[in-house]
Write a protein that binds this ligand. Sequence first.
Ligand code: AMP
Ligand code: ZN
Length: 442
Amino acid sequence: MELKLYNTLTREKQVFTPIDPDNVRMYVCGPTVYDYAHIGNARPIIVFDVLFRLLRHIYGPEHVTYARNITDVDDKINARAREEGVPISDVTARTTKQFLEDIAALGVLPPTVEPTATGHIAEMIEMIKMLIANGHAYEADGHVLFNTPSMKDYGQLSRRSLDEMIAGARVDVASYKKDETDFVLWKPSDADTPGWDSPWGRGRPGWHIECSAMSWKHLGEVFDIHGGGIDLQFPHHENEIAQSRCAFGHKVMANVWMHNGFLQVEGQKMSKSLGNFITINELLEKWPGEVLRFNMLRTHYRQPIDWTEKSVQESWDILEGWYAKASPAGAGPNLTGEVLEALLDDMNTPKAIAALHQMDDAERASNLAALGFAGDLTDPRAGDVDEAKIEAAIARRLEAFKAKDFAEADRIRDELTAQGIQLRDSKDSETGERVTTWELKR
Ligand code: AMP
Ligand code: ZN
């Protein structure tokens, strides 16, 4: 079985050859835990879960190590804790728990290891010491900075010009920096900010060194695959590479770098100010998790995805049709035929889905099970709906029609619509009387 993956490092689709087929190692940048994860954050989680499943299929489940971290040291977390007036650990514990619950509902397997930044401060300090010792980092004004000109081929991943890098680094042109593109490995913490003792005083790590240290601890100095969203390519991944390569002296940090495209909502960039910022949690109140998972996979992971209500509804309809014929719940999970072939070609999930349409019911169910579909389309809101109350309201509306009180009839309909209940009126073919049915509107 030959797996091909697109490598951002070489800008080419390449045959994947693991360093050690007995232990294939993948690292993916996980969430910064200060708020509910949004549907964009779900994309790398789902995409790399499919890759994890595919690697397990090829090399055997016990021969794949997948590390996905939790970033629980970050200034956004500190700011949130200050806003709420609660300890930082409250924010991180609550958000981490919520994140894990949300993504479990999306059919995502737990990774092999889930390291936290706070659990790896010692490794970060050790790496920073190595970088100072070999001339790639320096201490200035209580900070430790990575000196980018010290690395001859800095910028290998993003292939940016120096000007772009300066813009991308969003430089607070601090006077203590030797070069504008130098970045922080360690910074001082005041009494109100979390900090750890270090040779450079009480402080906290920069974001990039966190992932270098965690991947080193769990996957070694060089590993197979490193993934994340396209926005992380620069500066985050570029700087992870700089740190790890300069600390350990290897040509690469990871052999293959993979980046998922961005997700937008109804044709627009998702943002709090546009009011189109949707959390996974909110969507799960409306849709079964596997519908969201399926909808994500209908687009190739490297393409941008436009997330729309319409496409989610279509995803629901497709799964409902398939499950009615053969449910993945009872099927032995297996990847076969053209589905497997499509996945081996740089995880071409839209092509795999086209192949699923062509497969016979039993084989499709088995492939769906292997892709993380459980066959459960239970309406998440079904428990909240009081059917007797709806029926009673419909009866009152029919009475209103009979009494020609159309205003009242409309009022009742509007009230139900506001609760997400859609009415359909028709005429009984024999009696000619109005018949009203209802369904949950999405
Ligand atoms: P963050 O918590 O912002 O560091 O993001 C966690 C992960 O979600 C990273 O891999 C990001 O690249 C990814 N991500 C964030 N926003 C989006 C989006 N709109 N579309 C796709 N991926 C995203
Ligand atoms: Zn990272």
